[in-house]
Design a protein around this ligand. Structure first.
Ligand code: ATP
Ligand code: MN
Length: 467
């Protein structure tokens, strides 16, 4: 076969130099035709759209055409031609076809219209479907949008460790990291495990958040963000929780909670605008395929300000709703942690806009949040979104050493491995704020997918670590 430089389909579909000789490579999506012509739609992952290959049967070996089946990988040299019938304005008149890889008839993606549940069972192949091609192109784009947003605003991308020896963030929810032989664990005289023999000489786990180290960096570099994997062994089998997910955590010196809210709002709007501007074909496909309200919802987030509401006022609204006859599964009272049904009521039914809920009871929030003067609430802020509920959790941090220590003692948090964190409050402490955005929660919103397992290539959930 004549060697011609490959053209990506996304580029090819924009061209109008009909008559040019082109090479494309990709995987067969469909093949149909008559005795005279065969039409082969191929896709190379560069766009949701296929290019149609037109092959005159007379010009090709019969056996070759026969072995072009759905899923096979082809390299095609041909002439760019104007198309009338293929749904695209160009097609390729094939001159030479090489089969790079045939595809057996046990290929699981023969037909269109497999369920998302089935596709999870073939997660190694599902990126080849239109749906997952679109989702993963959007996922890439959101990662780029995030880096660009922070870089342009003078934030530094800071890498926090994945293995941690501090267990104060989410005791009981962490995955232990060990090289001890579990079949032959050495014990101390009192019967407890002898971790001095473990790799790090003490118990370690996978991190649930990069925030604590992020605070160290913010109080040096000014403004930083992390963007990496986090791990939670919470056994919550919901459509919004993964055991391994990616989190973006900006942390900014001198920001108070107002600045933090403004940053969160700008940040999400930037990502949503990017999706509409740069991923429109993929977003449109998902809109038409799964969720006819998607594009409207994305545009809705860009119009107008997010509501800023105090927790106490949010509870009043929910109590009023209950009084008016609205049924929630879980009871509503001051002091409760909001369930996603409560969050979605505020966002979807009451305000019809994203809501930033602030000043939560200290009992349901982490020890490091700045304490308000009322002695009851802390300067927490959760950003609540339509369809998702909580998409961001953040706060202004307690900058006062004594107040922080008092809270730590009240909660009985084991601080022996945390001296380094407390040093930020001893050596030039400053007001600072930050938040965590769950990357996959953002993707749920932007793609309109309804299960978080469908926005990460290889989901990790209880009893599931295949692929
Ligand atoms: P939730 O109440 O929804 O479990 P959380 O309060 O535990 O969330 P944070 O600890 O504040 O969440 O984490 C920050 C962000 O990380 C959340 O706002 C959410 O977007 C995301 N997140 C938290 N847990 C998970 C998870 N198990 N899977 C995917 N994303 C998550
Ligand atoms: Mn959680």
């Amino acid at each position: 076969m004549e060697r011609i430089a490959r053209t990506r389909i996304s580029d090819l579909l924009k061209r109008e130099d009909f008559g040019s000789t082109i090479n494309v490579k990709g995987w067969v999506r469909t093949k149909r035709g008559s005795k005279q012509v065969t039409f082969i739609a191929i896709n190379d992952g560069s766009t949701i759209h296929n290019i149609q290959i037109v092959a005159d049967v007379a010009n090709f070996d019969e056996e070759l055409l026969k072995s072009i089946t759905t899923g096979a990988c082809l390299s095609v040299n041909g002439t760019l031609a104007e198309s009338v019938g293929s749904g695209q304005h160009v097609e390729l008149q094939a001159r030479e076809i090489e089969i790079l890889g045939t595809c057996g008839n046990d290929y699981p993606l023969q037909k269109k219209g497999h369920s998302l549940e089935f596709l999870r069972e073939v997660a190694h192949l599902r990126p080849r479907t239109n749906t997952f091609g679109a989702v993963f192109r959007i996922r890439h784009n959101m990662a780029i949008a995030i880096h660009q947003f922070f870089h342009e605003r003078g934030f530094y991308y800071f890498h926090t460790p994945l293995i941690t020896a501090s267990d104060c963030e989410g005791a009981g929810q962490m995955f232990q990291v060990t090289t001890l032989d579990l079949n032959d664990v050495k014990r101390k005289d009192d019967g407890s495990i002898d971790y001095s023999a473990d790799f790090f000489g003490k118990p370690t786990s996978l991190t649930v958040s990069g925030q604590l180290e992020g605070e160290l960096a913010a109080t040096a570099l000014g403004a930083i963000y992390t963007f990496g994997p986090t791990f939670r062994a919470e056994n919550s089998n919901t459509p919004r929780h993964l055991a391994e997910f990616w989190m973006i955590e900006p942390e900014v010196a001198f920001n108070d909670i107002e600045d933090n809210m403004a940053l969160a709002e700008d940040f999400i709007k930037h990502c949503v605008r990017w999706a509409l501007d740069k991923c429109y074909d993929d977003v449109k496909f998902l809109n038409d395929m799964f969720d006819k309200g998607l594009i409207e919802r994305l545009k809705g987030v860009l119009d107008g300000e997010f509501v800023r509401l105090k927790y106490t006022d949010g509870i009043k609204i929910l109590e009023q709703a209950v009084a008016d006859g609205h049924k929630f599964e879980f009871p509503v009272f001051w002091g409760m942690d909001l369930a996603s049904e409560h969050e979605r009521f505020l966002v979807e039914d009451h305000f019809k806009r994203p809501v930033i809920l602030t000043d939560y009871p200290k009992e349901i929030k982490a020890f490091y949040m700045k304490q308000n003067d009322d002695g009851k609430t802390v300067r927490a802020m959760d950003v609540l979104f339509p369809k998702i509920g909580e998409i961001i959790g953040g706060s202004e941090r307690e900058a006062d050493y004594d107040k922080l220590m008092t809270r730590i003692k009240e909660l009985g948090i084991p601080m022996k491995d945390m001296w380094w964190y407390l040093d930020t409050r001893r050596f030039g402490s400053c007001p600072h704020s930050g938040f965590g955005l769950g990357f996959e929660r953002l993707l749920l919103f932007v793609t309109g997918m309804s299960n978080i397992r469908d926005v990460i290539p290889f989901p990790r959930t209880p009893n599931n670590a295949e692929f």
